[in-house]
Design a protein around this ligand. Structure first.
Ligand code: ZN
Ligand code: ZN
Length: 200
């Protein structure tokens, strides 16, 4: 099967356009067709963050959203994997939105992680979760709860003495507890949601 350039009629093999890839025709026209992302019904929204928005990732994970990130992944692999795994791509790279005609890419406007977070929350109408920190900020796995005794070997004694409830990541073994850092993040997240509520 062939796809024709809308301007000059040159023909290209359909396999060139897999996953919404577009190409530059010799006449200067951009050729390609839309790849529609079909999200599973009632499925939870998932993201694949581009290399350039690494610092946005922890904010989305903090509100429990499945957000994948990898360094050193090519644009082609990023788009392909995102489509296969039903993830929306978040990127600062305008070129990516031009080279791939797919509806699952959101171009972010700000360089600042919290502004990017606000854009994603507003765009996808994300909800403030009942519970924060259910997902590992480092590796994206769902956290499990543990008592002080259970994680005794891994938590600093000072923390063990002052806390009773901990969460830990079964994948990368990072331990989480309520402290000034989590409070700061929570406040920043709530500020974003409050700001968006006022706008609407
Ligand atoms: Zn052409
Ligand atoms: Zn982890």
């Amino acid at each position: 099967m062939a796809i024709s350039c809308g301007k000059c009629g040159r023909q290209y093999d359909v396999t060139l356009f897999e996953f919404g890839r577009t190409i530059n025709c010799a006449c200067g026209e951009r050729v390609g067709f839309e790849h529609k992302l079909v999200l599973p019904e009632a499925g939870e929204i998932k993201f694949f963050a581009d290399v350039n928005v690494a610092r946005l990732v922890r904010w989305l994970r903090a509100i429990g959203i499945d957000t994948w990130w990898e360094d050193a992944i090519s644009d082609a692999d990023l788009v392909r994997r995102a489509i296969r795994e039903n993830r929306f791509v978040l990127t600062l790279d305008k070129r990516l939105t031009q080279e791939w005609r797919t509806d699952n890419v959101l171009l972010l406007k700000s360089e600042k992680p919290l502004e990017q977070f606000a854009q994603v929350v507003g765009h996808f109408k994300l909800k403030l979760p009942a519970e924060f920190f259910t997902r590992c900020l480092v590796c994206n796995s769902l956290l499990k709860s543990a008592s002080a005794e259970e994680i005794a070997a891994n938590a600093p004694p000072r923390i063990r003495a002052s806390q009773e409830e901990f969460s830990y990541c079964p994948n990368c073994e990072k331990i989480y507890w309520e402290g000034s850092h989590t409070r700061r993040m929570r406040t920043a997240v709530e500020d974003v949601f409050n700001r968006l509520t006022k706008l609407n």
